[in-house]
Design a protein. Sequence first.
Length: 154
Amino acid sequence: MSVWGDLREAVREKVEQQRHRGFMEAAMSAAALVATADGKVSFAERIALDRLLESCRDLAIFDPHEAVDFFNDRVAELGENAAVGRQTCLDHIARMNDVDLDHAELVVRVALALSGADGNYSDEELIQVIAICDILKLDPQQFAGNIADAKGLV
C-alpha cells in the first residue's frame, strides 16, 4: 500500500473507533455492572470479556487493552463507591438510547454473556441485566426470557 493508502486506512480506523466509542463504553459498563453484581469478577467472566472483544465486530476495532482498561476502571469505581460507580455505568449505558437499536440490544447481549460466563446466572447478575434493559427501554423477555422466568425475576 502507498503512504496515502496507509494514511487513509489509519484515518478510517480512527473514525470508525470514534463512531463506536459510545457503544464500547456502554458495553464495558454493562459488563462491569454484571461482573461485579455477585461481589467479584471471576476468571471466567474475564475470559468471556476477552472473547467478546475478539468476536464482536464493533468491539474488535478497538485495541483490546483500551476496552479492558475502561472495564477495569468501571470495576474499580464500583468497588470504591458502589452508588457512584453504578450511576457512572448507567450513564454510559443510557447514551445508547440516542443510538441505533442494534447497538442497544448488543449491550444487553454483552451483559448476558458475562452473566452466564461462569455457568451460573445469579439473581444479582440478572437483576443488573434487567436494569440495563430498563434503561435502554428494551423488554428483558426478549433476551433472558427463559432464564428470568425460571428465576421469577420478570
